[in-house]
Design a protein around this ligand. Structure first.
Ligand SMILES: [Zn+2]
Length: 339
């Protein structure tokens, strides 16, 4: 935003540099290449700090309109305001947290409070990022009461839209193998004596044969030619022929070991309802309820009841909002209200 910055801005920025040094705030960069040209960037925490001049950004206490050329100045200052919101929004959507500091906050007396505010945000952003071993597409609606929402969380000038990150750029992909390899084998229809909910559904002879021929991550085209002959389903053949494409290609298949899992649904216990076969070809079974819960990011000690049943537990697991996803947005919401 150098275009709209007065000569005083360099001096204001230096005032913040001094404050950072005095209060031993580390990890910031200046002239970091990022949309909107933030004055300070904390790359690790993904926090961008803008120092806004009271005149150029129309501070409520010190902003004013020059006496001459009023129409010109009004339009110009309005444009600056719109631009600030655009920058907040664009950075917010890329997973950055934006902090705007007023020029008047950088005085001897107010400086410490300003540093505390930045410190608090940095601490919030330094926490562990969610790691979800699953592809899941869902709409999520977030709302904050307008009388308590932090102004830098608003995406539009009317204050009617909350800025919501559509991805967490620091999150890392977790593969099915990484998430599940610590769990011991169990047979189809069995239950592990010690690990609660590590229980799998029984498979018919036919489905055991199918799974024996299924390759991890591959489609179910294999079913037409197995060492047991053609094991494909009549109904699938009919639909495929009529629509001239292969439908239901994910059912009776195994998960890909090196990718996140498919969406865990309420039918996650059944290989005829999706790609729910275990990724390891030595295991002739669908995933266990415990494994489905791990893929949904439930903690290991979280036990589902009734322990001796499959369907009701699978419904709870499949219908759940993944706890790590919920935690991420809960934290975001908690940080969206004025302290
Ligand atoms: Zn001011």
């Amino acid at each position: 935003m150098s275009r709209v910055k007065g000569l005083g801005n360099e001096r204001t920025e230096l005032a913040l540099v001094k404050l950072f040094r005095r209060h031993k705030v580390r990890g910031w960069r200046r002239r970091f290449s990022l949309f909107g040209k933030p004055d300070f960037v904390f790359p690790r925490a993904r926090v961008a700090v803008f120092v806004d001049g009271c005149f150029w950004h129309s501070c409520k206490e010190h902003g004013s309109l020059p006496h001459s050329n009023r129409a010109f100045w009004r339009a110009k200052l309005e444009r600056n305001k719109a631009r600030d919101l655009l920058v907040n929004r664009a950075l917010g959507q890329r997973g950055w947290i934006v902090i705007r500091v007023w020029q008047h906050e950088l005085t001897q007396s107010a400086g410490a409070a300003c540093v505390t505010r930045i410190r608090k945000t940095l601490a919030e952003c330094a926490g562990p990022r969610p790691r979800l071993p699953q592809f899941r597409k869902r709409s999520i609606l977030l709302a904050v009461r307008e009388d308590v929402v932090r102004s830098d969380r608003l995406a539009d000038l009317l204050g009617t839209e909350l800025l919501v990150p559509n991805s967490d750029p620091d999150a890392t992909m977790v593969s099915v193998r990484e998430a599940l390899s610590h769990l011991p084998p169990v047979a189809a229809g069995d239950e592990h004596p010690k690990i609660p909910n590590h229980r799998t559904r029984t498979l018919s002879e036919l489905n055991l044969k199918r799974l024996a021929a299924a390759k991890p991550g591959a489609s179910n085209a294999y079913m037409e030619q197995t060492k047991f002959g053609d094991l494909s389903l009549d109904c699938h053949r009919k639909v495929n022929r009529r629509l001239r494409v292969r439908c239901f290609s994910d059912v009776y298949t195994r998960m890909h070991p090196d990718r996140p899992s498919p969406t865990i649904t309420t039918k996650c216990h059944s290989i005829s309802n999706g790609r729910f076969g275990h990724y390891d070809i030595r295991q002739m079974r669908g995933i266990s309820l415990r494994e489905a819960a791990v893929l949904q990011s439930f903690p290991t000690g979280y036990v589902f009841y009734p322990k001796d049943q499959i369907e009701p537990v699978a419904r709870m697991i499949g219908n759940a909002v993944p706890p790590k996803l919920a935690a991420y947005f809960a934290e975001y919401l908690a940080n969206s209200v004025e302290p």
